[in-house]
Design a protein around this ligand. Structure first.
Ligand code: HEM
Length: 476
């Protein structure tokens, strides 16, 4: 059933749930700001400064209203679109910037590259990249796991999207896309805070977009001349429907968006999962037993991956408690009622995976890491939404799960990871993604099956309850 309006009974004289405050409090610390708003107003509210508002919805009912109705609630991913005929405009025109029929058509066209049959083609790339990363790990060393996972996903995303035959070219383009996405975020923020030193870098962004588009076009033409059929770009080039195939201009935007959507989300999810496991020895012990029983020490086959049920629960729980995508936004396309508010077209609405996943009425002891809760839980798509929900749900979810379910066991069969005592672990949502803002330092040792958590500092304690007492109680 499509909801176009959700009304919760309220007294007509009750004041509207609006907090007056600095709108910049939100990007400064999205989680703290959303928690404050949720505690003050419940499931729907607005923050207002000088008559300008951002609306917030928290929880499954409003997630359903906003995410299931993509005609009313449009997506807008990139803040800076550039001039009509610019490289910036074409690069920022991927799936997450499309709406209506254009979105439906393009989603259908690119979908095949991320369906189960296609993603099996990407297993060799996952294996090559994880083996290559682990060949640099030496027992006894301390490593920044966040940096390792980010670099691993940069190489892997480049290979999956652009092919294995030209790894250096693919990696170079991947690196450039990553840099361009960062610049978009920084300069988008600059426009928001009217900071001239940042806003002056608009020219840098356009110049970088020109160069990046040239490189992606070069790759597209090379793929057209030498199709491998096994990388995502080749599949997009071959995709067609009654109206024809995807044009080169559209391919540029789709490739850039796919890269941006895949890289850091998966890297952060891997980092948080390794960190949570290291800090929960009883869970890690159970996982070690599963990996010893089901695998033979190497990179798992697909059949083996499918038998790893605790591995799957660990990943689901990690993406619940520290969702890499912690909020997203929509813009109203038509007038609509949102709880007590009457919204005009163009109103910005934020919904949040983080707040939804920490609601005690859905998840008992929501701040604790308990993978076994998934033995009995079956939340609705709007109660558990690490990959979003509705018509724009993540197209790469099966691929992301395959990467994590093959990579984590390969790492953890070989190495024991222990957090360096008293290290600081802090995180923040930047550009909708919750990732570490500090190094996540871990000691690497041969896997010996003996696990111990360590004291850590940092704002991680505001997001996750890491107290050992709970681990001990669960293990008892
Ligand atoms: C753990 C990793 C990932 C997470 C947490 C994640 C999360 C999400 C979320 C929450 C959305 C919906 C955004 C919204 O509704 O505004 C989304 C959309 C999308 N994701 Fe992912 N994603 C991940 C990995 C990937 C991968 C590996 C790809 C592969 C290319 C990918 C491609 C996409 C695309 C193309 C969309 C846009 C779908 C549309 O608008 O129709 N994602 N992702």
């Amino acid at each position: 059933m499509l909801h176009t309006k959700l009304t919760i009974a309220r007294d007509a004289n009750e004041p509207l749930p609006v907090t007056q405050g600095r709108l910049l409090d939100f990007p400064d610390d999205p989680i703290a700001c959303m928690r404050r708003l949720h505690a003050a107003h419940g499931s729907v509210c607005a923050m207002e400064e000088d008559g300008q508002r951002i609306y917030f919805v928290f929880g499954p009912e409003y997630n359903h209203q906003v995410l299931s109705d993509s005609n009313t609630f449009h997506s807008r991913f990139f803040a800076i679109r550039g001039g009509r005929n610019s490289s910036q405009r074409r690069l920022s025109s991927g799936l997450l910037s499309m709406n209506g029929d254009q979105h439906k058509r393009n989603r259908r066209m690119v979908m095949d590259a991320f369906m189960k049959k296609a993603i099996l083609n990407y297993l060799p790339a996952i294996r090559i990249e994880v083996e290559s990363m682990l060949s640099d790990w030496t027992p006894g060393n301390e490593r920044d796991i966040s940096r390792d996972m980010t670099d691993f996903m940069l190489r892997l995303t480049s290979s999956i999207l652009f092919g294995l035959d030209q790894p250096q070219v693919a990696y170079k383009i991947g690196h450039m896309i990553d840099h361009w996405v960062h610049l978009n975020h920084e300069i988008g923020m600059g426009a928001f805070v009217s900071d001239p030193t940042i806003a002056n870098r608009y020219g840098d962004l356009l110049a970088e977009a020109n160069e990046l588009e040239g490189q992606i076009l070069g790759m597209i033409r090379m793929r057209k001349a030498n199709p491998t059929g096994r990388d995502a770009l080749s599949m997009l080039i071959n995709a067609h429907d009654a109206e024809g195939s995807i044009s080169e201009e559209e391919l540029v935007g789709q490739a850039a968006l796919m890269f941006a959507a895949a890289h850091l989300t998966t890297a952060h999810s891997l980092t948080w999962t390794l960190f949570l496991l290291a800090q929960h020895p009883s869970v890690m012990n159970g996982l070690h037993q599963e990996l010893t029983k089901e695998l033979d020490g190497g990179f798992p086959t697909l059949e083996q991956v499918e038998r790893l049920s605790l591995t799957e629960r660990v990943i689901k729980e990690s993406m619940r408690i520290l969702p890499a995508s912690s909020y997203s936004q929509r813009i109203t396309a038509v007038p609509v009622e949102l709880g007590p508010f009457k919204l005009a077209p163009g109103a910005g609405i934020v919904f949040s995976q983080f707040i939804t996943h920490h609601l005690p009425e859905i998840y008992s002891e929501p701040d604790t890491f308990q993978p076994d809760r998934w033995l009995t839980m079956a939340p609705s798509p709007y109660q558990y939404l690490p990959f979003g929900a509705g018509p724009r749900m993540c197209l790469g979810a099966p691929l992301a799960m395959l990467i994590m379910k093959a990579t984590l066991p390969t790492i953890l069969q070989r190495f024991k990871l222990t957090v360096v005592p008293n290290t600081e672990v802090s995180g923040k949502v930047i550009s909708t993604m919750l990732g570490p803002t500090t190094s996540v330092m871990m000691r690497i040792e041969h896997q010996d099956g003996r696990f111990e958590s360590q004291p850590v500092r940092g704002n991680i304690h505001q997001m996750v309850d890491l107290r050992e007492i709970r681990t001990a109680r669960r293990a008892a």
